[in-house]
Design a protein around this ligand. Structure first.
Ligand SMILES: NC(=O)c1ccc[n+]([C@@H]2O[C@H](COP(=O)([O-])OP(=O)(O)OC[C@H]3O[C@@H](n4cnc5c(N)ncnc54)[C@H](O)[C@@H]3O)[C@@H](O)[C@H]2O)c1
Length: 384
């Protein structure tokens, strides 16, 4: 079916970015937010972004793109949409109520999508009278720059709608991957050890903050070390995602949140946005430096990397996504230097397993248990 008019609900960071992507792809976009000031801010930020991109020669026709985005002050204004993407507050009841209202406004053919990063798509779909047209489209921040979109079907969703949505994302120049409706989907699940294991090493006194960041950036090739990244995302967001995944995974120790991070949240040290987090961003703050001990750095990288690989292999084992989509998700969604399954192929699954088993034996901690699939792969009974 033709998807000409795209609706966006929620004119915050994600909604505005998604509106920009859809309008740049040629769609008329109707964007709604109950707060008029949010709509004004969104239009201003869209204008700035589009003009900047045009001045750099990255797009042409900024004004025409902007004209295609039409703010709506009533939800009913979204009546003519063929696809609506919701990007409002991350609260299940508020989202459910919105979708129930939307269904009374739009045609039966309109596809309804949520940009949720942590809620169950199936649970949101259950609020709809026609859940077969409901799915998840998770963009990453900032949506115009990050290529990945996770496409998530609810258990009710018609598979034809999932395919259609994935093709549309590809037509928008995005990299769609298909993810099972499971806690954290792909990226927010597989990336958990990047933060969790770094926090663990800090708490154990194994290494300090700048040294862990240095090892992951310089030796691992990650665009940002875990502590810098947590400060950038904000501990209010990052901690809550970890806690949500932990709870949704029935308190599996692999996803256990960290008290150290909770204390930062308690203190209101949310990271860059409050000028303090793991680092001190105030102008008068002293500069901190890493130890830059290569041998130590390699131990740090190894420990985080084997945990990431184990998580990716386990996500494959649990049918969250294909190996190809898992690798695409981590390289396109969070700019990992390499897909984790590919990385494991290069290191060799046997070596990864040996290191994990050694950690589990020394700590007796279930967080280090190897995925059954990693074990089978290491023993040669499957090949990935
Ligand atoms: N920020 C990220 O990195 C990121 C990444 C992926 C997904 N998400 C998800 O995207 C969604 C939006 O996140 P954000 O960062 O853009 O939040 P945001 O706070 O920047 O924007 C949310 C907007 O929704 C509006 N809103 C609130 N309640 C509403 C309602 N009932 N109806 C319509 N609009 C309403 C608010 O006025 C605000 O403008 C969340 O579900 C979040 O989990 C965020």
């Amino acid at each position: 079916m033709a998807m000409n008019i795209v609706g966006v609900v929620g004119a915050g960071a994600m909604g505005t970015g998604i509106a920009q992507v859809a309008a740049t792809a040629g769609h008329k976009v109707l964007i709604y937010d109950p707060y008029p000031e949010a709509l004004v801010r969104s239009q201003l930020s869209l204008k700035d972004n589009l003009q900047f991109l045009e001045s750099k020669g990255k797009i042409s026709g900024a004004e025409a793109i902007l004209d295609r985005v039409q703010p709506q002050d009533e939800l009913a204004g979204l009546q003519s949409c063929d696809l609506i993407i919701e990007a409002i507050v991350e609260k299940e009841e508020v989202k459910k109520q919105l979708f129930a209202e939307l269904e009374n406004i739009v045609s039966d053919a309109c596809i309804l999508a949520t940009n949720t990063s942590s809620l169950s798509v199936t649970s949101l779909a259950s609020a709809c009278q026609r859940p077969e047209r409901f799915l998840g489209l998770q963009f990453f921040n900032p949506a115009p720059r990050m290529p990945l979109v996770e496409v998530i079907g609810a258990i009710h969703t018609d598979s034809a709608r999932v395919k259609e949505a994935a093709s549309l994302m590809a037509a928008w120049g995005k990299t769609p991957v298909l993810a099972k409706d499971s806690p954290g989907f792909i990226v927010n699940r597989v990336a958990r050890p990047f933060y969790g294991e770094a926090l663990r090493m800090l708490e154990e006194g194994f290494a300090d903050i700048p040294t862990i960041d240095w090892a992951m950036e310089t030796l691992g090739g990650f665009p940002m070390g875990p502590f810098k990244l947590m400060d950038y995302i904000g501990h209010d967001v990052n901690y809550v995602v970890t806690e949500t995944v932990f709870r949704a995974m029935y308190y599996d120790r692999r996803y256990m949140p960290s008290l150290t991070q909770l204390r930062l949240l308690d203190a209101g040290w949310l990271g860059r946005k409050s000028q303090r987090g793991f680092y001190d961003y105030r102008p008068e703050a002293p500069i901190v430096t890493a130890t830059e001990d290569e041998e130590k750095g390699q131990q740090i990288l190894d420990r985080i990397l084997i945990m990431l690989i184990n998580e990716a292999v386990d996500a494959l084992f649990m049918g969250v996504a294909t190996a190809e989509d898992l690798d695409l998700a981590m390289t396109k969604g969070v700019r990992y230097p390499k897909g984790l399954i590919q990385w494991a192929r290069e290191i060799g699954p046997k070596k990864v397993l040996e290191k994990l088993d050694a950690l589990q034996q020394t700590t007796h901690d279930d967080r280090y248990r190897a995925s059954p699939l990693l074990r089978q792969w290491a023993h040669g009974s499957v090949s990935l």
